[in-house]
Design a binder for this molecule. Structure first.
Ligand SMILES: *Cc1c(COP(=O)(O)O)cnc(C)c1O
Length: 305
């Protein structure tokens, strides 16, 4: 059976005037790592002899799409992935999660997914972004790892922070954690995130604490301050964070820094393969921008495309 190297490591970093613990879920495995590895952990471990194919849908650069392509490869399943549209630019210049998933054998299909047609016994259907109750299995393991870390380091209480998409990760983490979980919505607004929590758990005492900032950030849009905080993190901590969720996460965390009384554990949820396409877009938008030293090679490659 394929084994992940768990528990993931915890690093201590200094950023600005504060220190943070970083849960390095980006380092779980060479291929199957980060948030989606936790959420799909159940499908990696469980015995499902009847399954021959996995089917999902969503955007053409999604982290879930890439991670499902890895899962399918490990388990010897076919993988059909439905998208609304594949831009010709991407077909001519495959990059990021799209290129990596195709390398893993994903069949990408430009059409609306028809659940009725694919609902057969040998097919596993996964909701967009992995919003699935089966995610609870892997997130309970993550909560246990954090609790073991807290006890073994004699930390009286921890505050956990992570940015949310569907909110599945933050919700199940809070449900199984003794620590308080804080999050911020990156897809949709606070009321969207609350609805997502309620779909998975009706008892609101299990819901994470939502923090927000005044400025509206639209998912996948480029913001100069997002790029800047991402670069600053890389310079000061030597850790590459993701460009879709982590900038909003860190901007929100720094904004509310004063409300935290306990040491903060920030969860690095991976997603670094997606940085390639995001960086390409930042390059096109802001032109010759200063890349941190370890990104120079990638910058040159993107500039020559
Ligand atoms: C999917 C993803 C998230 C969001 O997780 P949700 O469970 O949907 O809230 C955050 N960060 C990264 C890197 C992801 O891939």
């Amino acid at each position: 059976m394929y084994r992940l190297s768990l528990p993931s490591r915890v690093d201590k970093i200094e950023f600005g005037d504060h220190s943070y613990y970083i849960k390095r879920d980006d380092l779980i495995d060479r291929d199957f790592s980060g948030n989606k590895a936790r959420k799909f952990h159940y499908y990696l471990q469980s015995d499902m002899p009847h399954i021959k194919k996995v089917v999902s849908y969503g955007s053409n650069q999604s982290n879930a799409m890439y991670s499902l392509s890895v899962l399918a490869k490990i388990r010897g399943w076919e993988f059909d992935y439905y998208v609304d549209h594949i831009p010709s630019y991407l077909i001519e210049n495959p990059q990021g999660n799209y290129a990596a998933a195709i390398d893993n054998g994903m069949n990408i299909i430009e059409a609306k997914v028809d659940i009725e047609l694919i609902d057969s016994d040998d097919t596993l259907f996964i909701q967009e972004g992995g919003r699935e109750e089966s995610a609870e299995y892997g997130l309970r393991i993550l909560a246990d790892e954090i609790e073991e870390f807290r006890v073994s380091h004699q930390i009286e209480a921890l505050d956990i922070f992570l940015p949310s998409g569907t909110g599945t990760t933050a919700l199940y983490l809070q449900k199984h954690s003794l620590s308080r979980v804080f999050t911020t919505p990156c897809v949709g607004d606070e009321s969207y995130l609350k609805k997502q929590f309620l779909m998975l758990e009706s008892d609101i005492s299990h819901h994470p604490t939502i923090l927000n900032i005044e400025k509206k950030y639209h998912f996948g849009k480029l913001y100069k301050e997002s790029y800047e905080i991402w670069q600053q993190l890389q310079r000061e901590t030597a850790i590459e964070f993701d460009l879709l969720y982590d900038p909003k996460g860190w901007i929100t965390l720094l904004h509310h820094r004063d409300i935290f009384v306990n040491p903060i554990l920030y969860i690095h949820q991976g997603g670094l393969i997606g940085n390639e396409s995001m960086l390409a877009r930042y390059m096109r938008k802001y032109g010759e921008y200063v890349y941190p030293p370890n990104m120079q090679k990638l910058a040159t490659k993107l500039a020559n495309q």
